[in-house]
Design a protein around this ligand. Structure first.
Ligand SMILES: C[S@@+](CC[C@H](N)C(=O)[O-])C[C@H]1O[C@@H](n2cnc3c(N)ncnc32)[C@H](O)[C@@H]1O
Length: 183
């Protein structure tokens, strides 16, 4: 049986605390994806949850991809997802989601605003209303996200030494499967 060893990274220690409870992984690292420095190299790297869309400037994207390249073994796989420009901006509506997590009922009201400062960027303003056993808490969260065209992604990957294996386009997202290309 193949054994899977994984390392999980996030920029915020609060997110790692949640992951420690929810995910069965050996190593948790607090770090910025734009500055990846590992002592070892991996068979594969995944940037999940479209997290690369949180990096909104070209320099940051290139630094992230170069860091992933350095962290992979030869022919290593890199899989990540992004928000896609047409999918996002053709349906640029506010939306609402209700989530049940353990004993908490979470209502998330999302408002979208154009930003366009450093690419196809937009602001996602989320209001969370949490009902925790009858006690109500409210939080506001503002995140600037970047959407990408397919061509932009292809060019970023060409610049940083990845060969595209597959691009899966779905609704508002693209999932990209790549291999580290040798120099
Ligand atoms: C949509 S959440 C995805 C969470 C989780 N990875 C998943 O797949 O369910 C995006 C995550 O990216 C993290 N993040 C944002 N910018 C980052 C950066 N520069 N380096 C590392 N993590 C970052 C945020 O803290 C947030 O937890």
């Amino acid at each position: 049986m193949t054994q899977l060893y994984s390392t999980l990274a996030n920029i915020y220690h609060e997110m790692l605390e949640i992951a420690r409870i929810e995910v069965n992984t050996e190593k948790f690292i607090q770090g910025d994806m734009r500055d990846l420095t590992f002592h070892n190299q991996f068979d594969s790297v995944m940037i999940t949850g479209r997290s690369i869309s949180y990096v909104t400037d070209n320099r940051g994207i290139i630094d992230t991809l170069k860091g992933v390249h350095k962290s992979l073994k030869d022919n290593g796989l890199f899989v990540f997802g992004v928000f896609e420009v047409n999918g996002i901006f053709d349906n640029f509506d506010d939306f609402e989601k209700n989530i049940q997590h353990n004993n908490k009922k979470i209502r998330r009201i999302s408002t979208m605003k154009l930003n366009l400062a450093t690419g196809w960027t937009y602001d996602w303003i989320a209001k969370y209303i949490i009902d925790d056993g009858g006690k109500i808490f409210e939080f506001d969260d503002l995140t600037t996200l970047r959407a990408f065209t397919k061509d932009e992604i292809m060019f970023f990957l060409k610049l940083t030494g990845f060969k595209i294996e597959e691009m899966i386009e779905e609704n508002k997202t693209i999932t990209i499967i790549t291999k580290k290309q040798l120099a």
